[in-house]
Design a protein around this ligand. Structure first.
Ligand SMILES: C=C(O[C@@H]1C=C(C(=O)O)C=C[C@H]1O)C(=O)O
Length: 286
């Protein structure tokens, strides 16, 4: 998202605008999956220590790729942007080589920085265990660099999409703080009530329909004369470009639930460091 457009926080935190960003990220994620699906599973690149002599590391080829790519991006100040979260621990990455951009303060910092809100380790885990095996043929084609390059592109897009849950949460909180505060202040916080407040079944249902149609169109083929090739989902899957069910299942079973976890975890810490006077003022709005 362009945080330096000059728009104020209320415009940048509009729920419609944030949802527009999530819809836009669907395209990036689907096309990145299509690119990854061109190559074999190449299971070796996910195995810790499989390249320990070549890399002088006990980590996996993919973790090495993440570290090297994120190190370069960190120098370009990528991880100073509020919507970017590295898979490599930030303290292991180099500092930016250029000055920092002045971003508007959109999120409540103690919540945004809380360790529980960073779910990149869960994203990497579900992606390697459940997504890559579902979209690639079970073979080793030796394309370790190409496969890992596509993996990093998918992981970075998934991370942005899921951590956008913080902006969604901040937007919903500011729209009706009095609805959230009692559940945040209860001891322990009422996570079930918070989840109920942020969950919008109608939005999720529309998303899965839209995603299925996008995957079918983006994964489609053209005839020699340029007309659209009419293919069933099974024929599409057989062509190996993309398995529509895998794309829809990834959002249904992993992306949406993790986004909601981020929303709830952000809310749990939304009042950390907030003066009682501000909380009372918010409650007085009810
Ligand atoms: C992101 C939102 O919050 C929740 C998570 C959603 C998702 O991950 O797609 C969709 C609707 C909500 O259940 C939202 O309300 O737009």
């Amino acid at each position: 998202m362009n945080f330096t457009s000059g728009e104020d926080a209320s415009q940048l935190l509009s729920l419609d605008r944030i949802r527009g960003q999530l819809i836009r990220l669907e395209d990036t994620i689907i096309f990145s999956l299509i690119e990854r699906a061109q190559f074999g599973l190449n299971e070796k690149i996910y195995q810790a220590g499989a390249f320990k002599d070549e890399l002088d590391s006990q980590g996996s080829w993919l973790e090495w790729f993440l570290y090297e790519i994120e190190s370069f991006h960190a120098k370009a100040r990528r991880y100073t942007s509020p919507d970017e979260h590295s898979f490599t621990p930030l303290e292991k990455l180099p500092k930016p080589v250029i000055g920092l951009q002045a971003y508007p303060t959109l999120l409540h910092d103690p919540a945004a920085r809380h360790p529980s809100v960073n779910v990149n380790s869960k994203i990497l885990d579900f992606y390697v265990k459940h997504i890559v095996p579902g979209i690639t043929p079970p073979l080793d084609d030796g394309n370790y660099g190409s496969a890992a390059t596509r993996d990093v592109e998918v992981l970075q897009a998934l991370s942005r999409r899921i951590h956008f849950g913080m902006f969604v949460s901040e937007s919903k909180f500011l729209s009706a703080p009095q609805d959230f505060i009692p559940h945040i202040l209860s001891n322990p916080p009422n996570t079930e009530a918070l989840a109920g407040l942020i969950t919008k079944p109608e939005v999720e249902a529309k998303l899965l329909i839209r995603l299925r149609n996008k995957a079918r169109v983006y994964g489609g083929e053209m005839n020699a004369d340029g007309t659209v090739m009419e293919l069933s989902d099974a024929e599409l899957k057989a062509r190996g470009k993309i398995d529509i069910e895998q794309v829809v299942g990834m959002y249904r079973d992993w992306v949406i639930p993790l986004t909601k976890d981020v929303e709830v975890d952000y809310l749990i810490h939304r009042l950390d460091g907030v003066p009682r006077s501000q909380i009372d003022a918010w409650l007085g709005q009810s």
